[in-house]
Design a protein around this ligand. Structure first.
Ligand SMILES: C[S@@+](CC[C@H](N)C(=O)[O-])C[C@H]1O[C@@H](n2cnc3c(N)ncnc32)[C@H](O)[C@@H]1O
Length: 454
């Protein structure tokens, strides 16, 4: 019986999902994008929610089938040295190889690549072959490499050295490269210290990042130090890329913004450049928005708005404001204080301080809207906001594409900031401890929690 066999059931999920994808593309007169071709921008079906769900099921099943059929030793030979993926991608970022190959659709010999990036060609080939064997780049003939769909995503437009020497220049339009840089540089160094941090081998440090860099500064203060402006800007670009990945419907439907009166004031707490506010301001032009962040970020934000929607600044619809979470909140009795990817950056004690500052100035009708990941358990769970049970025999949190990503982000938060991705009850309890009453949650790839000040 096919469905009694986990392997056959996994294979069936994959083949049914692939059929759905192929049919959907065929109906639109397209073929599914080839891995061999460079990425040329979002495809016509990229925003289709049902197809995104199908893709997640395929990835979950494919990953689980590999874990099932592969011998355990081979799996650990893959998992334990995963650091070489990180370092190889970091090398590509620092040497601009994806940019070098951008104008070379037929590929370039490693001797020529080596000359252009000033690195020994034999070693360059070793890195590129490692990546090509994992579907990043393509070895089109011996020692000749070309961009493919994945590697072309790392094109930056500006060379690494130029980005580095102009601290205010961001990785514009290259969020994947910014993410790779952030992960392969300060994160990679910090993660090595995670076991030591957890075992408290070297007491007195708040995070693995602190231990790695022998600093007492938070990651935020460190980013804002004059010597680290480039890494800080890179992180901001990476954040914007992560934010832009989310379908706007999460934010538009996450709260009943339409119900707010004309000129109601809403505050993007820790809004970075203001990417989320831009989404909301376009959809709900009747509201007044305040984007708050630390001074260097608000300086970058000014440039972002000047480039993208200067009319919203000049009309006073959007205001940019320097505001530290840990100082009394300047905007009193706002209709909504909203925050995306903020609470996961901080441990409970600090998150409480942030929320109490907001509660102290909240009016009786103020709401708090928190957009953050909702951490699912890896086992079945019937708490509010939890995922619907997936098809047999997938992990309850779907493994790699959902639970895998969220647990990765959870460890990333722990490593760099001592933050955490929270479960449903952790969110509700955090609200209750700070005077914010849980009202509703809309689950999804990013959950929207609504709390009231009442
Ligand atoms: C993970 S990012 C999220 C940014 C934005 N909400 C988004 O979703 O794109 C966290 C933001 O918190 C800001 N931040 C960190 N410490 C802060 C503080 N003490 N006061 C105000 N903002 C702070 C950072 O500068 C950064 O922009």
């Amino acid at each position: 019986m096919a469905n009694d066999s986990p392997l056959l059931a996994l294979a069936a999920i994959i083949s049914a999902g692939v059929r759905t994808l192929e049919d959907a593309y065929a109906q639109q007169g397209h073929t599914f994008p080839s891995l061999n071709e460079p990425f040329t921008g979002p495809g016509p079906l990229d925003g289709d929610k049902a197809l995104a769900d199908t893709t997640r099921l395929i990835v979950a099943a494919a990953h689980q089938i590999i874990a099932t059929v592969r011998s355990p030793i081979e799996t650990f030979q893959d998992y334990a040295p995963a650091l070489y993926m990180t370092t190889s991608l970091g090398f590509v970022d620092q040497t601009d190889i994806a940019d070098v190959l951008k104008e070379e659709p037929q590929g370039l010999h490693v001797n020529d690549i080596g000359k252009k990036i000033n690195v020994n060609p034999v070693n360059t080939a070793r890195i590129l072959r490692y990546l090509a064997s994992r579907h990043v780049f393509r070895e089109v003939s011996p020692n000749v490499f070309a961009n493919n769909r994945l590697s072309s995503f790392l094109v930056k437009q500006l060379p690494f050295e130029e980005l580095k020497s102009k601290p205010t220049t961001k990785y514009e339009g290259a969020p994947a490269a910014a993410f790779v840089g952030h992960m392969s540089d300060e994160t990679f160094k910090s993660a090595q210290f995670l076991p030591s941090y957890l075992l408290n081998d070297t007491p007195g440090y708040e995070t693995s990042f602190n231990l790695a860099y022998k600093t007492k500064q938070t990651l935020w203060d460190w980013y804002n130090a004059p010597d680290n402006q480039y890494v800080g800007s890179r992180f901001t670009a990476s954040m914007k890329g992560a934010g832009d990945r989310y379908p706007p419907s999460i934010f538009i439907n996450g709260y009943d913004w339409k119900s707010l009166d004309e000129d109601s004031v809403v505050v993007d707490v820790g809004g970075s450049l203001g990417g989320l506010t831009l989404v909301l301001a376009k959809e709900f032009p009747h509201l007044k928005y305040v984007v708050q962040d630390l001074a260097p970020v608000i300086a970058d934000s000014g440039k972002f708005w000047a480039d993208t929607a200067p009319e919203l600044i000049s009309s006073g619809r959007v205001t940019l404001q320097v505001q530290d979470f840990f100082q009394p909140q300047a905007v009193k009795e706002a209709s909504v204080y909203y925050m995306r990817h903020i609470l996961h950056d901080w441990p409970d004690s600090t998150s409480e301080t942030i929320l109490k500052h907001l509660r102290a100035v909240a009016g009786p009708h103020s709401k708090l809207v928190v957009f953050d990941s909702l951490m699912p358990h890896a086992c079945p769970d019937d708490s509010e906001g939890s995922l619907p049970p997936p098809p047999f025999p997938l992990l309850a949190n779907l493994g790699l594409p959902v639970g895998g990503f969220l647990t990765l982000m959870d460890l990333h938060m722990l490593t760099t900031l001592n933050g955490l991705e929270r479960t449903f009850s952790q969110f509700v309890e955090l609200g209750a401890r700070t005077g914010w009453k849980f009202e509703a949650v809309k689950p999804g790839i990013l959950a929207a929690f609504v709390f009231s000040a009442a």
